[in-house]
Ligand binder design. Structure first.
Ligand SMILES: [Zn+2]
Length: 214
């Protein structure tokens, strides 16, 4: 299982820092006990047409016997492309700015890849929209009603939740898509249809921590 932390670092800075990034130590999402650094792995992330190899630490909860990958918010689980890249395409297509082909060209990703993201957003639009709309209200933001088009509803709800979160310290500089990745556990457009917003009856809403580049 992955925990996504609201990492404010640019991708290149994070990649260059390797294990020296000041990683947060969240509590175990299941039992709220302490997590200890266990190991880690490397994975790729593509941003602006470049591939970066990044270090992802693993944290382990001893009582639960479970380890969690600690992903930076600029990635999505099981996706090569950065959250901001995916978000830019989703925003343009679901927002009615342009079709998939020009959005994919602008983002520098294959057309079929971008089409897959948009399809997933539409398939999960109602569920995502409902989750983000509830989060927006919880954070004191604007209430969003479901739109006729599920993708557009999800987009509006992400926007409303981010606008509300941006009033809290630290979130504004992250941007909407790192925010969306953080609160959805990186599963913004994952196949899994479970509710990513609730973990053991508690919202997974980790506050950003000020983190200076090492
Ligand atoms: Zn635990």
């Amino acid at each position: 299982m992955a925990i996504v932390w609201p990492c404010p670092l640019p991708v290149d800075v994070y990649a260059a820092a390797g294990r020296a990034v000041e990683f947060p130590r969240p509590d175990c999402p299941s039992c709220a006990g302490p997590l200890v650094l266990w190991s880690g792995y490397r994975r790729h992330v593509r941003e602006a047409g470049r591939c970066w190899k990044i270090f992802v630490p693993r944290l382990r909860c001893t009582p639960c016997r479970v380890s969690h990958a600690l992903l930076p918010a600029f990635v999505l689980a099981w996706r090569l492309d950065a959250a901001d890249t995916v978000g830019a395409v989703l925003g343009q297509v679901a927002g009615g700015v342009c079709g998939v082909r020009p959005a994919a060209a602008r983002a520098g990703v294959p057309y079929t890849t971008a089409r897959g993201w948009v399809r997933r957003l539409r398939a999960r639009g109602l569920e995502l929209g409902t989750g983000f709309a509830a989060l927006a209200v919880e954070l004191g933001g604007q209430a969003i009603r479901p739109a006729a088009e599920p993708g557009r509803f999800a987009l509006a709800a992400v926007g409303a939740a981010f606008a509300a979160a941006a009033g809290l310290p630290g979130w504004l500089q992250l941007g909407a898509w790192r925010f969306a990745s953080s609160v959805s556990g990186g599963r913004l457009i994952a196949a899994n249809a479970g509710s990513p917003f609730l973990v053991a009856g508690k919202r997974r809403f980790m506050p950003p921590v000020p983190s200076a580049p090492p």
